[in-house]
Design a protein around this ligand. Structure first.
Ligand code: 5GP
Length: 243
């Protein structure tokens, strides 16, 4: 299949059509980039770990009744998902302060807020994904007020499932980014992957970062970190992964 057949040609995921027009195949690659693609590398088997982690997480979210685009894993690096019209808006959940919030507001990394913090960002490469608020999201025509209320409610449910799940395998779910999309039926679903590319995971026992920050900050052992998340998640995901 040539590049022209791709619906989305991203760095870490490629999306292509399936035989069913309502479903797409998402393939996870071993490529990794940071700082607006200035820094690039290939991490062996990252695609397998991210497909596995994403699939297991979707399995847990599906079991909890959260509407998702994911259907099933179809190979070690691929999953079948419902085709969704993705809203160009990132929802970020912060259970612990880190990354851009620590930098922007001068707060020390590791501070735990009284309750989780939600950020919205407008997905626009030329604008560098600026942070926005509810009023901006509605004024930009991204969502209606009721859709935004639904998105916040689903995001809270997702965090309520995942935070304790990860704590149970010795990992703090520091923060994560998700996106939502509309299915052809109009149903709004979580249409994104949660992997160490898009979330921060800190090992509770050692404090070791188990996510893309290892790559961003040249800390090494990137593949080992992703594999640790994948292996530990498997221990609490019976029947929720195929590879
Ligand atoms: P921060 O605001 O610190 O840059 O990111 C917060 C969390 O959201 C981190 O886990 C980060 O990996 C994730 N995140 C933020 N923006 C993006 C993005 O554009 N793509 C991906 N994959 N993850 C993002």
């Amino acid at each position: 299949m040539g590049r022209g057949d791709l619906i989305h040609d991203g760095v870490s995921i490629k999306i292509r059509p399936s035989d069913d027009p309502d479903k797409v195949i998402i393939q996870f690659t071993d490529d990794i980039t940071a700082y607006y693609k200035i820094k690039k590398a290939v991490i062996k088997d990252k695609g397998v770990y991210c497909n596995g982690i994403s699939s297991m997480i979707h399995g847990h979210l599906g079991k909890a009744g959260i509407p998702i685009h994911f259907i099933r894993q179809i190979s070690p690096t691929e999953q079948l998902c419902y085709r969704a019209d993705v809203i160009p808006m990132e929802v970020i959940v912060r259970n612990v302060i880190a990354g851009s919030m620590a930098q922007r507001l001068g707060i020390k990394e590791g501070v735990v807020p009284e309750s989780p913090i939600y950020d919205l960002c407008y997905k626009s490469e030329p604008l560098c994904d600026p942070i926005i608020n509810d009023y901006h999201a509605i004024a930009l025509g991204l969502v209606t007020r009721s859709e935004l209320d639904f998105i916040y409610a689903q995001t809270k449910k997702i965090n309520d499932v995942l935070f304790p799940l990860f704590r149970g395998i010795g990992i703090t779910l520091v923060d994560f980014k998700i996106e939502f999309g509309r299915l052809p039926s109009g149903e709004l679903v979580m249409a994104d992957d949660i992997t160490p590319d898009s979330a921060r995971f800190w090992d509770i026992a050692t404090g070791m970062r188990l996510d893309k920050d290892r790559f961003r900050h040249d800390e090494g052992q990137v593949g080992t970190a992703y594999r640790t998340v994948y292996d530990r998640l498997k221990t609490v995901s019976d029947g929720l992964y195929a590879y």
